[in-house]
Unconditional design. Structure first.
Ligand SMILES: Nc1nc2c(ncn2[C@@H]2O[C@H](COP(=O)(O)OP(=O)(O)OP(=O)(O)O)[C@@H](O)[C@H]2O)c(=O)[nH]1
Length: 207
């Protein structure tokens, strides 16, 4: 069974816990404790494959984003970066977080990744469109620039979009985990071939 580890990042109050709880329970609960890191577990099935999902919901990433990011960067297989469409500052913070994730993916952080980590940019509180400060196109553009998925959602009003975006992200993570395992198997068999050649010498073709 696959283990899939995701981390939620974003400004305080962007709705990270609301988005996650909506996905896990299909419910919207108005208020969430925000003074502690939380790790959620759920067993689920995606495309017929059983998996253990773990989601890390750290207790807010305002200005000290870099410090908060270091741990999840080493740990997570994928990220959801959440902003509030009615709060431009949360969008600016999402930009910074995406840049930091991409720098980390390219070896700028402590962990080196050969391929880019899957990321989804989430514009939450879509129900507050009367107070919108970030046009959907701007979110889409930012996602394209950072090669990530994008979805506007309302944790308060809808389960469907949130479920779709988690499923898409999990699919990308599963694909990457499979590629990583294939690469490990391939390099393992190459080292074995090398060892055999070293021990027994190369066979010469007879003429
Ligand atoms: N209108 C509206 N309010 C929302 C939505 N999602 C979350 N909220 C509200 O926004 C506030 C913050 O939500 P949280 O889920 O605690 O936000 P958070 O990003 O986890 O916040 P921290 O734990 O402080 O980092 C709460 O009052 C939620 O009820 C949404 O989709 N629409």
């Amino acid at each position: 069974m696959n283990d899939v580890k995701l981390a939620l990042l974003g400004s305080p109050g962007a709705g990270k816990s609301a988005v996650l709880v909506r996905f896990l329970t299909r419910r919207f609960i108005g208020e969430y404790a925000s003074n502690a890191n939380s790790l959620y577990h759920k067993r689920l099935s995606v495309d017929g494959r059983q998996l253990n999902l773990e989601v890390f919901d750290p207790c807010s990433q305002g200005s000290g984003a870099r410090r908060v990011l270091e741990e999840p960067m080493d740990w997570a297989d994928g990220f959801l970066v959440v902003y509030n469409i009615s709060d431009r500052a949360s969008f600016s913070n999402a930009k910074t977080l995406l840049r930091q994730i991409r720098e980390g993916s390219n070896g700028g952080c402590s962990s080196f990744r050969e391929v880019e980590v899957p990321v989804c940019l989430v514009g939450n509180k879509q129900d507050l469109c009367h107070a919108r400060q970030v046009p959907a196109d701007e979110g889409r553009c930012l996602a394209q620039e950072n090669r990530c998925l994008f979805q506007e959602v309302s944790a308060a009003e809808s389960y469907q979009d949130i479920s779709i975006l988690f499923t898409q992200l999990i699919r990308q993570v599963l694909e990457q985990l499979k590629q990583r395992a294939d690469r490990r198997r391939y390099s393992g068999s190459r080292s074995m071939a090398k060892l055999i050649t070293n021990v027994f010498g190369k066979r010469r073709k007879s003429v």
